[in-house]
Design a binder for this molecule. Sequence first.
Ligand SMILES: Cc1ncc(COP(=O)(O)O)c(C=O)c1O
Length: 359
Amino acid sequence: MLREALDSNWVAPAGPQLSALESEITGLLGVGHALALNSGTAALHLALLQAKIKAGDEVIVPTLTFAAPAHAVSYCGATPVFVDCGRLDWSLDPERVLQAVQARRSLGKKVKAVIAVDLYGVCADYRALRSLCSEHGLVLIEDAAGALGSSYGGKRAGAWGDLSIISLNGNKIITCGGGGLLLSNEEKWIEEARQLSQQARETGPNFHHHEVGFNYRLSNLLAAVGRAQLPLLQKRIEQRRTVHQRYRKSLERLPGVNFMPLGEGEASWNAWLTALQIIAPDFGTSAEKIGAHFNTVGIEVRPLCKPMHLQPAYLTAPRFGGEIAEMIASQGIVLPSGSALTPGQQDRIVKELSKLSND
Ligand SMILES: Cc1ncc(COP(=O)(O)O)c(C=O)c1O
């Protein structure tokens, strides 16, 4: 497909690979409309603009997440309001969201939207969040950045938000190198976002702009790279599930090791990344020390995302709870989880981890 794109000389952010990627994605996810963009962060920014978020507004964001959703809120001049996750599911806590919305609105603040994140590919609690958002007049934005191929309640990740996004960055299960998708059943939102993503240039021979736009469109070449991998999605999910299962078999027996909660279960999860919670007194050492040890043996083991309310960039943002996210983040590690990880490589990871345990 890349060869086809090169031969056609459609090498700019326009061309047939883009519309083909968009229609393949809408078919796969069961969403009405898609827009291919050059990052998931750009998709979040445009989702917030379509939700009419502007300076002075507030948006609920989980504190246990990568920074992109908070940054996108800031691009709009709005304020992220950080909300804790649940102890049992690590996901945005709907009860706390309700508390936060009521408390901020009682102060006269304009809380307009909720961004829910499908953390490490596991879908958030959309039954509760969907009805809460409808009842309280909030736009629900689903950040399914790493959740392509996951599902919840019989619907695909990316189909739950009024607007949803997916990332096609290099570390994702399907990648364009860099890229993202904005999804919605509202055609008007996607078409307006399409216009904004192309510098808001009007159709016609003259370079004419009614609005300030962005250079956010994906290139036709990179759309071809993503399309070529789409038929492999299910195979990659199965490979990653095998990786996850091998970890479970070897590590579950160690004291103080909890596997990340999987929402509706393994069958609904794309197995993007395997994360563990290490209870230091039981295991024998802390998550931080495990990270340092793996560094010395040349294996990349990552910490969980540092909660947003602890980030210097967001210390003054309002927050509701955060203690659960802090605990989980301080105890969490993310193991190498790539589709191409071999049993031999995994044995080495398991051996290094077991050496550090009380077992
Ligand atoms: C939860 C979340 N949202 C958004 C993004 C941003 O995606 P991108 O890197 O494509 O801009 C990421 C990236 O990993 C993410 O983890």
